[in-house]
Write a new protein. Structure first.
Lengths: 365, 265, 284
């Protein structure tokens, strides 16, 4: 088990800057998810940590030991690959035992450990089979067993659930998470699936363009996105964005554009005190736009438009509202009675509004 | 029903067309000479190993066969020793100029090999290795090596790099991971390509007969003596040449399409 | 794949590249030098070559053999590939049997052919036995050049059709089944499916098969040399003859250069056809 510290890590492939200055510190025993769209650099970062990829610049520490230039086998890491990479020419037992054989463990010790790992992953009956005789889910378990058996300092997982079918994926999520809690190994987990990230990670690092956009708890990431990218990437349906201008009138701040004039509540106004006449981007999540003012305490802004399209998902209804030519998406209860084409008045919860700079996309509140 | 009859009919036609010459040459090589020269005897009264024996033992056919085996062995060894690492690098790494290198290796395949035969003699004379089996092996390597590079590239790219990387994560060096993980997985394919390389060398006749006079390979020997020896020796020679190649191709038939696909590119 | 900017990949590739330069590149240059040096100037060898009737005969025969066998092999190979691709029970055995000639050298193929057509060969024996003939039919010898020629064609068709077959079959197998199922839905007949879907999609395979076969056919040597000797002159045979029997590497190299240039011209011709077809497709 180890703390992982990365300083100003860079990785270039020719002219492509896959990682462009990564700084992150992962505390011992945490389950950290690297989340981002494809091509954001998350897998490259994982491979740099594993040692499979040589870094262009920067440093990687496990506890206080620098491992930047160590080869993978000298780092005491283990990894679960996207394709599982369970060696097809070895039986399950051999697959799990092989890493220990390389390191020269004695026979009894190996056996004891394999039995423990197989037991932990519920694959004791499969030890005598070849990988070709296993299902995808079983192969996955073998890969995990192989990865934990040596009690590595850091456990790396590269989209391990992406090749499983939907049901199995959901159950494996909780199982992997519970397993990690039990063995307590520092785990770095790469995924592009935000639900996986939110449910599994103690902390999430959202990546984009080779840079970590935000590193925080799932709560933080969702409720306090650091910038417009994180706000847009996390949450489904996506957050609504509106361009507005800050206008001061009689010492009261308004957010305005051609269609809208929102009087800012006091606590919000204080945070953008000096942003008069600035253009900003207002963001609000679909679930923070309601059909009724159901809460007395907070303030609301009404918007009215025509219902363009509804997606009935059973538990929720996603309403696409045509608000003066802008598409506003709202998430309402599943049993809500709305017809496409009808006019609808809805209320934005101003307590849940996010504001972003138009210059660098950074969150202002 | 009609379809079934059609399939059986065409199958028989195909079998007869492709197998008859092979069966007949084997038969002829086992036919006693008096039966062969008897116009009224189609099928021999008895079979004999006489011709094969004479060709092999008395006429030094075993020397030529041994020569062929040695040439093929050396050419395969040389080709894999240099070609396998090259194929590995071309599969597992990205680097500037990679495609240009791959393309030029590919281009050598469309090169008529016979045009290099003549200057090779002079080069070998200078090197002092003219009329040796090694010199023939060197020439064979020049067309087997590109094949090996291309075929190993295709075989290795069919083996997920993650197996090898898993090996490196779990305690092996890059070389160790290649030897203990990738190589065992690639072995069936590599064995099949070695057999194809063997057949290429075993069958090559033009270069071998130009490069050697004393130490001739089997096809070169046959080409230069066949027309002056009795017919049944010719057929014995044809049989000796055909059988190993046919047997080998039987064991590698699973790889037939990919091998020829590569070897013809 | 790992990205490397250091010398490692080049170091590993170096032996292969050096080898190919030493044993293909350098001899190739030497061939040119040999071909273009003679007592009577740069083009002396080629002058001499064209002055002999042998060269023109060899060129004519090589072109004739190529022109006859390549189309024949193509048609046969397509038919065979369509047949094997029906995937009936036992098709893999048929596939193996068809591929047997692939493993055989031209020398053994020629001997097999000689075994059948020799004066005391099986064909004559059978025809005599059946009473169709009363004395053996001769296929070989200078007087029977015409027959020799057709025996060579037959042998080459037998020997090298499988080569074309393998390429065509690989092409057939890569055709998406859904195209054919769509054709079934729209009520295409088998003939229409072949004409409108299979053959057009097979075009790249057909072109590469044609290219390869034409190149190889132009280098034909073993079969002709064994069955007809110099009764039927061919380019590769002359290269061999000038080297081994006349001991004149210059003339031999000149022949080699002719073969190489014609090969190059053929490749260029096929590739430019392929290329222009691709461009047409792109513009649509």
């Amino acid at each position: 088990m180890a703390r992982v510290k990365i300083e100003n890590l860079k990785k270039y492939f020719g002219n492509v800057k896959a990682l462009n200055g990564i700084d992150i510190e992962i505390k011992d025993g945490k389950f950290v998810v690297l989340l981002g769209p494809s091509g954001c650099g998350k897998t490259t970062l994982l491979r740099c940590i594993s040692g499979l990829e040589k870094v262009t610049d920067g440093k990687i520490f496990f506890d206080s030991v620098e491992v930047t230039n160590l080869s993978p086998r000298n780092r005491n890491v283990s990894m679960v690959f996207q394709s599982y990479a369970v060696w097809p020419h070895m039986k399950v037992y051999e697959n799990i035992a092989y890493p220990m054989r390389i390191k020269g463990y004695d026979k009894d010790k190996i056996k004891e450990k394999v039995v423990w790992a197989a037991d932990t992953l519920n694959i004791s009956e499969l030890l005598n089979r070849y990988p070709a005789q296993l299902s995808g889910g079983q192969r996955q378990r073998v890969a995990v067993a192989r990865a934990i058996v040596l009690e590595p300092a850091v456990l790396l997982m590269d989209e391990p659930l992406s090749n499983l079918d939907a049901l199995l994926r959901v159950s494996m999520r909780s199982e992997l998470k519970k397993l990690q809690e039990r063995i307590g190994t520092t785990t770095i987990y790469v995924t592009h699936d935000q639900v996986e990230a939110m449910t599994m990670g103690d902390e999430i690092a959202v990546m984009h363009n080779g840079v970590i956009q935000q590193f925080g708890t799932p709560e933080d990431i969702y409720h306090r996105p650091a910038n417009i990218f994180v706000a847009g990437f996390i949450g489904s349906p996506q957050m609504n964005f509106l361009e507005v201008e800050v206008i001061r009138k009689d010492n009261v701040l308004f957010l305005r554009n051609e269609d809208l004039s929102i009087k800012l509540p006091k606590d919000l106004a204080e945070k953008i005190e000096n942003d008069d006449n600035k253009k900003l981007i207002l963001g609000i999540r679909p679930e923070d736009i309601h059909k009724e003012k159901d809460k007395e305490s907070t303030e609301f802004e009404a918007i009215e438009g025509k219902v363009y399209f509804t997606e009935r998902l059973g538990s929720d209804t996603i309403v696409h509202l045509d608000f003066k030519g802008i598409r506003i998406v709202s998430k309402l209860p599943g049993d809500v009675k709305i017809k496409e084409g009808e006019n609808l008045k809805m209320y934005m919860d101003l307590g849940k509004v996010h504001l972003f700079s138009t210059v660098d996309g950074k969150a202002l509140i | 029903m009609i379809k079934k009859v059609f399939i059986v009919f065409v199958s028989i036609l195909v079998i007869v067309w492709f197998l008859t010459p092979v069966v007949l040459i084997v038969l002829a090589s086992l036919t006693p000479s008096e039966d062969y020269y008897n116009q009224n005897r189609i099928l021999p009264r008895k079979l004999t190993l006489d011709h094969l024996y004479k060709l092999f033992v008395v006429l030094n056919g075993w020397r030529a066969t041994l020569n062929s085996l040695q040439v093929a062995g050396m050419a395969i060894g040389l080709s894999f020793l240099t070609g396998l690492p090259a194929g590995y690098v071309l599969t597992r790494y990205v680097f500037p100029g990679k495609n240009a290198i791959r393309l030029s290796i590919l281009l050598t395949r469309s090169f008529p090999t016979l045009i290099i035969a003549v200057p090779l003699i002079m080069i070998y004379l200078k090197l002092g290795i003219s009329d040796t089996l090694f010199s023939v092996a060197l020439a064979h390597t020049s067309f087997i090596l590109p094949f090996v590079v291309l075929i190993t590239t295709s075989i290795l790219s069919g083996i997920s790099v993650e197996y090898e990387e898993a090996g490196m994560i779990f305690g092996l060096s890059r070389f160790g991971a290649f030897m203990r993980i990738t190589l065992p997985l690639a072995l069936p394919g590599l064995a099949a390509s070695a057999i194809f390389a063997f057949i290429m060398s075993w069958n090559e006749v033009f270069i071998s007969s130009i490069l050697t006079f004393v130490n001739r390979t089997l096809p070169a020997q046959i080409l230069n003596t066949a027309m002056t020896s009795p017919d049944y020796f010719k057929f014995a020679a044809g049989t000796i040449m055909a059988i190993p190649a046919m047997t080998f191709i039987f064991f590698t038939r699973k790889y037939l399409m990919s091998m020829w696909g590569i070897s013809l590119k | 794949m790992t990205y490397r900017k250091d010398a490692f990949p080049y170091l590993i590739l170096l032996p292969t590249i050096v080898y190919l330069i030493a044993f293909l590149g350098y001899p190739l240059i030497q061939t040119f030098i040999l071909a273009f040096t003679s007592e009577s100037g740069t083009f002396g060898n080629f002058q001499r070559l064209m002055d002999t009737g042998d060269f023109w005969k060899a060129l004519k025969n090589t072109i004739l053999i190529t022109g006859i066998i390549v189309p024949l092999q193509l048609v046969l190979a397509i038919a065979l590939a369509l047949f094997v691709n029906m995937r009936f029970k036992g098709y893999s055995l048929i596939l193996y049997i068809i591929s047997i000639p692939l493993a055989l050298s031209d020398v053994s193929a020629a001997l097999m052919s000689y075994n059948i057509f020799a004066p005391t060969g099986y064909l004559n024996k059978i025809l005599l036995k059946l009473g169709v003939l009363d004395r053996p039919l001769y296929f070989f010898g200078y007087m029977f050049q015409n027959r020799e020629f057709w025996i060579i064609v037959l042998t080459e068709v037998w020997r090298a059709t499988p080569l074309v077959f393998v390429i065509i079959l690989a092409g057939l197998q890569s055709i998406n089944k859904e195209y054919l199922e769509a054709a079934d839905v729209f009520g295409f007949s088998n003939w229409q499916k072949l004409r409108k879907i299979i053959l057009p999609l097979l075009k790249p395979s057909i072109m590469s098969a044609l290219l390869i076969r034409t190149l190889f056919a132009f280098q034909i040597f073993g079969v002709v040399w064994l069955l007809a000797g110099r009764d039927i002159l061919i380019l590769a045979g002359e290269a061999y003859y000038w080297h081994n029997n006349v001991n004149d590497p210059h003339m031999s190299s000149a022949y080699a250069i002719v073969i190489a240039s014609v090969s190059l011209a053929i490749s260029w011709f096929y590739i430019s056809i392929l290329r222009s077809k691709e461009l047409e497709g792109g513009q649509k």
